[in-house]
Design a protein around this ligand. Sequence first.
Ligand SMILES: Cc1cc2nc3c(=O)[nH]c(=O)nc-3n(C[C@H](O)[C@H](O)[C@H](O)COP(=O)(O)OP(=O)(O)OC[C@H]3O[C@@H](n4cnc5c(N)ncnc54)[C@H](O)[C@@H]3O)c2cc1C
Length: 445
Amino acid sequence: MPHEPIIVVGGGMLGAALARRLAPHRPVIVLEAGASLGGLTSTHDLVTAEGAVVPVDRFYHVILSSDRRVRAWLAELGLAEELDFRPVGSTVVAAGVAYPAASLAQMAGLPFLSVLDRMRIAASIGIGALAPPGPWFSRVPAQRWLRTVAGSSAAGAFWDPLLRAKLGPYASQVSSNFLHATFSRLLTARLAGGGADLFSVVPGGYRRILAEATRQLEDLGVQVVLNAEVTEVSGRPHGVRVRYRNGTAEHELTAAHAVLTTPATVTARILPGLSEQSRALLRSIPHLGVINVTALLRRAPDPAYLTYIVDDADITSVIGMHTLIPPQLTAGRYLVHLPRYCAPEDPIFEDTDEVIEKRFLSALRTVYPGVGPDDVEAVRVARARYVMPVPLLGAPAPPPVDLGIDNVSYIGSAQLEGGTLNVEATLELAGRLLPDALGTGRGVS
Ligand SMILES: Cc1cc2nc3c(=O)[nH]c(=O)nc-3n(C[C@H](O)[C@H](O)[C@H](O)COP(=O)(O)OP(=O)(O)OC[C@H]3O[C@@H](n4cnc5c(N)ncnc54)[C@H](O)[C@@H]3O)c2cc1C
């Protein structure tokens, strides 16, 4: 095994997956800015009135029965046996009324749509998922595609509000690539579930998964440095120099190669040797951010896992995690997530946690008036500005692995093309792009 290490910058799922693949062949150091591995999958604690501490994902994470890479990795960690896939339901809230909408039969009963509209909505999901992807998908606006396939009235009453809720200011600019990627994931999951959406979580959530993943990396000899914010990565003809900050202390490491998994904006900032063109490309990638309120409730708002909100609201949806995590694992309370997807520059990012809690819980009570203020027992806010690259019309091709700097490679979520971010896609990206970084030329050798 060569002795010069490879440095992986960023210890989210992508960084962890790359480190795991590299470790049998090379010494590996992971530099992670946060206090634990995990990035978007990391967790925080909610505390009940009696002082019970309930660790929960900062952002909600489920595993689909079709997530074969995630399941294979959980098997390596000894956790796959604990997955308990269950059918989940969904609800649509329109004009303040909640309608069950998990199956085609239930969709067919949505009273605010005509029979023809309901059929065309179902058809648009199937056609969008099964149509062979081609360059034309990236040139057609998603809204226009939905109008053509589902018709104007179904698009206006159903798809447009959902696109606005999910994509905020990007709804009218997003390409049909987004629909293809989203519908394909839905359909693949439904086929894998024999006609039902089967979702699961590992009991204990990502905190447990990350604990086992950390142990796995340690067993493989990977050195994980936490609270290590990388400030500069410079390529050298025979290696790379990485500077990072740990509290107030500045550190410097040299290595054979560095693989960056950081968000595109961070990557543009920490690589001083980038050409202006590459820097501009990384900075121009439009991203969605997310603010998520996690709450423990004394009563379940709805028996559905997912509530789509067609009405204008401060939240995009209600995620009823209590349908997958039985209340006995969350101190007898019902766990829900209230996400809002928005642009990174949305002023809501500047609001205090208290303001966000108030707005989001008020939106929850508008959707589910049965949940009173006294039913909310513990609340936490999580925010991330640069989460998901959005495939806009005419967007440039994703950034390459080789950004033109000796001994530096970039593998990051900005290279996901469809605009659907999930751990399965993240693991697929790690497997697909690592050989490029491992190749000859500027790759890891
Ligand atoms: C609201 C929400 C819901 C989701 N739901 C699901 C779901 O149900 N199922 C599913 O499979 N997936 C889900 N995902 C997606 C999943 O979280 C991602 O696919 C995955 O976590 C992406 O991992 P990553 O490593 O690419 O990115 P990140 O997790 O963002 O990791 C990047 C890492 O880089 C670190 N970093 C940044 N800057 C520096 C620096 N200068 N120096 C060192 N380190 C740095 C960060 O701290 C972070 O740990 C969801 C995501 C969100 C936001």
